[in-house]
Ligand binder design. Sequence first.
Ligand SMILES: Cc1cc2nc3c(=O)[nH]c(=O)nc-3n(C[C@H](O)[C@H](O)[C@H](O)COP(=O)(O)OP(=O)(O)OC[C@H]3O[C@@H](n4cnc5c(N)ncnc54)[C@H](O)[C@@H]3O)c2cc1C
Length: 355
Amino acid sequence: MNTAPDILVLGLGPAGSCAAIALAQNNFSTLTVERKKTPGTPVQCAEFVPALIENMVNNLRDCHVQNISSMLTMVENSTPDLMADFPGRMIDRADFDAKLAQEARKAGAICHYGVNVRQITKDGVVILADKSRIAPKVIIGADGPHSLAGKAIGSTNQDILETRQISVPLLKPFESTDIFLNADIRGGYAWLFPKGETANLGLGVVASDKARLKDILSSLHERLIQEGRIGARVLNHTGGAIPAGGMLKPYGFLNNTLVLLAGDAAGLTNPITGAGINAAVMSGRLAGEAAADWLHSDLDAPENYQQDLDDLFGASLARALKRRHEILSTYANENTPTPDQLRASWIAYSEYWAA
Ligand SMILES: Cc1cc2nc3c(=O)[nH]c(=O)nc-3n(C[C@H](O)[C@H](O)[C@H](O)COP(=O)(O)OP(=O)(O)OC[C@H]3O[C@@H](n4cnc5c(N)ncnc54)[C@H](O)[C@@H]3O)c2cc1C
């Protein structure tokens, strides 16, 4: 392994791969390390992406499983509200991540799997699990919600949603993302997303309610079995953390080493929907370009990167954060949110978009 590359990218999720593609295309020596042994596996995702992402990712058609055309939202078991124009794609996320990493490799990045980063020193030296040390000129932290690169520069996600998801047989195919809003699901929501012959059924809640995930998911599973929509067999289990505190300062320095954060590591996931693939792809690419600019002696590159992220995501993250704080404050005042308050906290309703 090259122990002094121009750039070391931590993590080969969508953010890391997109950063590596941009860098390798600029002919910088780019090393990437990923602790997973197999690209994209295990999947920790509900596998929905907005249709627009097709303009940014070459290989999406290969990973496409089915189309999404609308969103149905059920507030406290009421009849569903339809948002008719909600174009999206259900993808095979493992394949998506693997293909992006393959593109990075083809562009010239060196990708190592099964390599765990243990520590990053205050001098910018990255120490791996086997104790080897790497001293790059730039570190790109694309290492997810609990980023070590973020920790090293003091930018850490403080507010985290915890999730649990199962894959189940889908008995009645459909083309919407089904959303369940319920006062019992504090600071989050439940989802049923169709994926061909199966569906992803899951939910996210505030971290302090993590112990309740299993019971809430079991009762929703039972209810949907009774309705004849899905089967009882659990094909797969997953879960994981989602940053819900908004954008962090996406750069810092460890001595002379520039550290840039992208994707979940930079807190770019939407605090209301939990969606972060799109932002990971876009920020990964921008982080790669910013690192290239920096290595070409553009001293403003880190600040310009932060500005670019703010231009792209600042307004939508700020709105989502505001709505998240509003709904959480009802619980803090020992009240249960009303159906109207739940609606105002979700993107399908005009109240969410009001000033
Ligand atoms: C249950 C669940 C459902 C979701 N559903 C959706 C959805 O439907 N649509 C959507 O848009 N978003 C969804 N998200 C969010 C989405 O998955 C993330 O926003 C997205 O993966 C962020 O990409 P990333 O590249 O920043 O981080 P990640 O995809 O998390 O990639 C980070 C990589 O870094 C690696 N890594 C971490 N630490 C180290 C280390 N120390 N050493 C080496 N490697 C390391 C990890 O193994 C990982 O592969 C969901 C999240 C969860 C948990």
